[in-house]
Design a protein. Structure first.
Length: 549
């Protein structure tokens, strides 16, 4: 990293930064208003706030990556890096800064990495551009970087493509790319949101270790206050494009002054749900459920082995009960749910409302599907952009031949009211709603059919903390009102603790631990469960070696 006579002062100074976007109609919409903060060598400053608060726009402004002239700064906006003004700097000047002195890692590595280029080419690009290295000269440095960020056997990964890596490995590659030229400042924009708790803990530990080793300053952008408490020395809280409160992190968390900060800190899902009666009717049962995918090789495509996605899992869910299913990506959580819903073939017994359904054909299953529904992780991806909300919610009614148009519209209105969406908005389209509203619409689509059993597959992971708490409250209310049986899949153990009566811990398709939620969370027995709990609730245990990098 470069030295500077101003090394004792701030590396980065943002003063009265304002950003406005111009609409197609020529109107100006303010996204960031008079934001000021600074960043010193070796420190971590967090920008915290809900979606739309201006965090990412502020970060993109630092690297001058906003789409000008659609976006514009006010005349008194200033962003100084080592005393040099970046606002209005030439493209040539910014190229020297981007990826060289100030680097950035993004939230979703799968969309940030080029699917057509190998890992070697993508990590090496910064070295070729900024250092003028040849490919042969760059290769030792690429291997060094991949080893530095914890990619095992980096030589074997050079020719791999992003889709061949896990989520944690892809994020490590993004960090390697950012570190290629030893930057002074690393901007981390929600770098762990899409990751499992153990992988998240590993990435946070890695960033801390790299910061200590190289003296980097980190601007950490997140909506997860638990991460802020672990990572940041100072915190800036953003709301509606403004910093409403900033200060030393511990003091801010212990005595928040602004009502919005207090609201964010109080937004964790709270309480425990009321357990069902012990003699409540059994709704869903699985006995020795197996889903094995064949591995075929050779010209004749003979089966040489199997991927045991789900391997002998048994479970039981009663009326009004929630079974939480936890484990890392690839542990078999979603595959298990799809097997119970009979959406993929499986071996073993599956019974719904006392009836064995594992051998039923498509026609007989269709009649049952009305009473078995699913809510997916990404409400934007699971709702058709071409259908109005009314059409989306009514789709299941049409498929199952329930009622005429007027009756279906009445049921749609009732379902939307139940999830607290204004029925008058039912003729609008998904893109016109916020993330939390879209998830409520997805829940309404499931509830309109009056199901008995609902699979909730990561229904809160794409949402802000305060919206998460609202959705948890809504799901608990709907369950109590309709005596629903839930299979709740999540890597967010705080949400699982607020939702589940029983917990099933999966690893590599097998159950490593199962039992009442209180016991699993308070005194886990299996080492794997202890590692999950440590990663979710106690970073010190992670740093102590419970979860290694």
């Amino acid at each position: 990293m470069s030295d500077s006579p101003e090394s004792d002062g701030p590396l980065l100074q943002v003063k009265t930064l304002s950003v406005a976007f111009r609409t197609e109609e020529g109107e100006s919409v303010s996204a960031v208003r008079r934001v000021s903060f600074d960043l010193k060598r070796g420190e971590t400053v967090a920008l915290v706030g809900e979606s739309g608060s201006g965090k990412s726009v502020t970060a993109l402004s630092i690297l001058q990556l906003l789409p000008y002239p659609i976006a514009a700064h006010d005349a008194d906006s200033s962003i100084r890096y080592r005393g040099e003004e970046l606002v209005g700097a030439s493209e040539d000047a910014m190229r020297k800064v981007r990826g060289n002195q100030i680097a950035m890692i993004f939230q979703e590595p799968m969309t940030s990495l080029n699917p057509l280029h190998t890992i070697e080419k993508q990590v090496g690009e910064a070295l070729l551009i900024h250092k003028g290295m040849s490919r042969d000269e760059a290769r030792p440095r690429i291997l060094e970087l991949l080893d530095l960020v914890g990619i095992r056997n980096p030589e074997s990964r050079l020719n791999a493509y992003p889709h061949e890596l896990s989520g944690g490995q892809r994020q490590r590659v993004m960090i390697a790319m950012a570190l290629a030229n030893d930057p002074d400042i690393l901007i981390a924009d929600e770098p762990t949101t899409a990751l499992d708790v153990t992988i998240q803990a590993q990435i946070l530990k890695l960033l801390k270790d790299l910061q200590r080793r190289f003296g980097m300053a980190i601007l950490f952008i997140t909506h997860d206050l638990g991460i802020v408490r672990r990572m940041a020395g100072r915190t800036c809280v953003m709301q509606n494009g403004e910093i409403v409160e900033q200060g030393e992190t511990r003091a801010l968390f212990d005595a928040p002054q602004h009502p919005y900060t207090r609201k964010l800190l109080a937004a964790q899902p709270k309480g425990r749900k009321t357990p069902p009666a012990p003699d409540a009717p059994m709704v869903m049962q699985g006995e020795g459920v197996k889903v094995w995918f064949p591995i075929k090789k050779g010209v004749l495509r003979r089966t040489v082995d199997h991927i045991k996605a789900v391997d002998g899992v048994s479970l039981a869910i009663r009326e009004g009960q929630t079974l939480g299913v936890v484990g890392e990506s690839g542990s078999g959580k979603t595959t298990l749910a799809m097997a119970l819903l009979r959406l993929i073939h499986s071996e073993g017994g599956v019974a719904f409302d006392g009836e064995a359904i594992d051998r039923l054909d498509g026609r007989r299953l269709r009649a049952l599907r009305r009473r078995m529904q699913v809510v997916f992780q990404d409400p934007y991806g699971s709702l058709s952009p071409r259908l109005s909300v009314a059409e989306i919610v009514a789709e299941g009614l049409v498929v199952h031949g329930q009622g005429d148009f007027a009756e279906r519209d009445r049921l749609v209105v009732e379902a939307l009211e139940e999830v607290q969406i204004d029925p008058a908005s039912r003729h609008r389209y998904p893109h016109e709603f916020s993330g939390g509203q879209r998830q409520r619409i997805a829940i309404a689509r499931a509830m309109v059919l009056k199901p008995r059993f609902v699979v909730l597959d990561e229904p809160t992971s794409a949402l802000d903390m305060s919206v998460q708490a609202q959705i948890v409250d809504l799901l608990r209310d709907l369950q109590a009102r309709h005596k629903l049986a839930y299979l709740f899949i999540s890597h967010d153990l705080k949400v699982v603790r607020a939702m589940a009566d029983e917990v099933l811990v999966l690893k590599d398709g097998k159950v490593v631990e199962a039992g009442p939620a209180a016991r699993i969370f308070d005194s886990p027995q299996a080492d794997y469960t202890k590692a999950l709990m440590a990663a979710a609730f106690d970073l010190e245990a992670v740093e102590g070696g419970v979860v290694g990098v």
